[in-house]
Design a protein around this ligand. Structure first.
Ligand code: AMP
Ligand code: ZN
Length: 469
């Protein structure tokens, strides 16, 4: 299997530390808001990576953190904790916010057929581990206390900017738009390992520590949580490209200083989903969620298919027009795969192996999902029997996870039912538009009209639902 490694900036043959086994870590969501479809592009691509490794025969253990403390509004050490800001916005406690958005995140993942990692650990579960790592860093001389915070001293490293040949200024500019110089830092790139109460009085969650009551910096969680579950040597670490600096750069700095040896061999970074305003981002507010796509009538798997059509290492432009193209291609594809459902009997082993090898070769070519989908189309066109095609589609879907052989639940639907459903969906869209224009009389009229036809509608977070009464 060949993978692009951001650390070496080359496509390399993947060789795990222990033969046949893969230790894999994924930076999880910061749970102060719904995940947007940009975040979910990263998780879809990472899911395909994990499933490709499994498909290739590796025994994979995958760990993900949940960031529920310490991620400030700037990725550097300035601004308010995102979780505290989320709690204030919704008049809830930080833990309520964390529980709610963690649940929503995994619901979205389920809709997108993203497998739950083997271990999911919230940062607030591991405070003793963070404190221990910081103590060791202090003992080894890689950290210092200043202004009641504990900082990592980047000047102690031979190389800090491990990911790039960009110059220091550019990297600082990329990540720290609103940075204000912290006078306690000895070097500009130093970062906080532990904040004390002196910094943000309104921080909701605080813990006792050898340096006073406070809370951890953002980066320490991923180093500690990965080591807790995967040990001192890791094979693959994943995240979106925006995590390369400062987050992953700082993770490597503190982990390798703590361990005294190389920590993770391969770094897998997914490029951004952009819309017309650039990178989709929770803080910019230009976000689209899975629920919004559903409200607009898209099966979430259409979005998964849309993502799989492009390479994870290229930025992906999102427009509804492009999503419509993916929708139509996905529907046509499913029609063809579902037509194989009645096929019975054994697959032709030679043909099965031939196409399985081609599929694996596409994935092994730095997770080339669009090429893997081409192999799927080749199977559908192939001069072989339907039982073999069905077996291959089923096999490929272990990685693609597009429900290619899952008949829709309303398969028994009559043409009259379909007509009614289309009519109701149209009326719901009209009502939504009326509400947007504050034409509540029209919105009520549509509701009444549907009711008179025996259709009750209900507004929920998932959008407007309807049922026959
Ligand atoms: P966050 O919840 O902000 O910690 O981000 C969760 C994951 O989504 C991280 O791996 C980010 O790098 C990634 N991410 C954030 N924005 C985007 C985007 N527009 N496109 C793709 N991935 C993103
Ligand atoms: Zn992380």
């Amino acid at each position: 299997m060949k993978l692009y490694n951001t650390l070496t900036r080359r496509v390399e043959e993947f060789v795990p530390n222990v033969e046949g086994k893969v230790n894999m870590y994924t930076c999880g969501p910061t749970v102060y808001h719904f995940a947007h479809i940009g975040n979910l592009r990263s998780y879809i691509c990472e899911d395909v990576l994990e499933k490709s490794l499994r498909y290739a025969g590796y025994d994979v253990k995958r760990v993900m953190n949940i960031t529920d403390v310490g991620h400030l509004s700037s990725d550097a050490d300035t601004g308010e904790d995102k979780m505290v800001a989320g709690a204030k916005r919704e008049h809830k406690t930080v833990m309520e916010i964390a529980a709610f958005y963690t649940k929503c995140f995994f619901e979205d993942c389920e809709k997108l057929n993203i497998k739950r990692p083997d271990v999911v650990e919230p940062a607030t579960n591991c405070i003793p581990q963070f404190i221990h790592m910081i103590e060791v860093l202090l003992e080894k001389g890689y950290a210092y206390q200043a202004g009641e915070n504990v900082y990592f001293d980047t000047s102690k490293l031979d190389e800090y900017f491990v990911f790039g040949n960009q110059n220091e200024e550019e990297q600082l500019l990329g990540a720290r738009e609103d940075v204000t110089e912290d006078p306690n830092k000895r070097n500009r790139n130093d970062f906080v390992l532990w904040f004390t109460k002196s910094k943000f009085e309104d921080q909701a969650l605080k813990w006792d520590s050898p340096w006073g009551v406070g809370y951890p910096g953002w980066h320490i969680e991923c180093s500690c949580i990965s080591m807790k579950h995967l040990g001192e040597y890791m094979d693959i670490h994943c995240g979106g490209v925006d995590n390369m600096f400062p987050h992953h750069t700082n993770e490597i700095a503190q982990s390798e200083a703590y361990l005294g040896h190389k920590w993770c061999n391969y770094w897998f970074h997914v490029h951004h989903l952009n819309d017309r305003n650039g990178k989709m981002s929770k803080s910019k507010g230009n976000i689209l969620t899975v629920s919004v796509l559903e409200e607009q009538g898209y099966d979430p798997l259409v979005y998964r298919f849309f993502c799989l059509q492009s390479h994870y290492r290229k930025p992906l432009e999102f427009t509804f027009e492009l999503l419509d193209n993916a929708k139509s291609a996905y529907e046509k594809l499913k029609k063809r795969t579902l037509a194989l459902l009645p096929a019975e009997g054994n697959a032709d082993p030679a043909v099965f192996e031939e196409y399985r090898a081609r599929f694996l070769e596409a994935l092994g070519n730095d997770i080339n999902t669009s090429m893997a989908i081409t192999v799927l189309y080749d199977v559908l066109k192939a001069d072989t029997d339907d039982a073999t095609k069905k077996a291959l589609v089923e096999s490929f879907d272990q990685v693609l996870s597009l429900d290619l052989l899952k008949a829709p639940e309303n398969a028994e639907e009559t043409p009259e039912d379909a007509e009614l459903a289309a009519y109701v969906e149209e009326q719901i869209a009209l009502r939504k538009a009326a509400k947007k224009e504050k034409n509540f009389a029209e919105a009520d009229r549509i509701r009444e009209e549907l009711l008179s036809r025996g259709i009750q509608i209900r507004d929920t977070r998932e959008g407007t639902l309807w049922e026959k009464i």
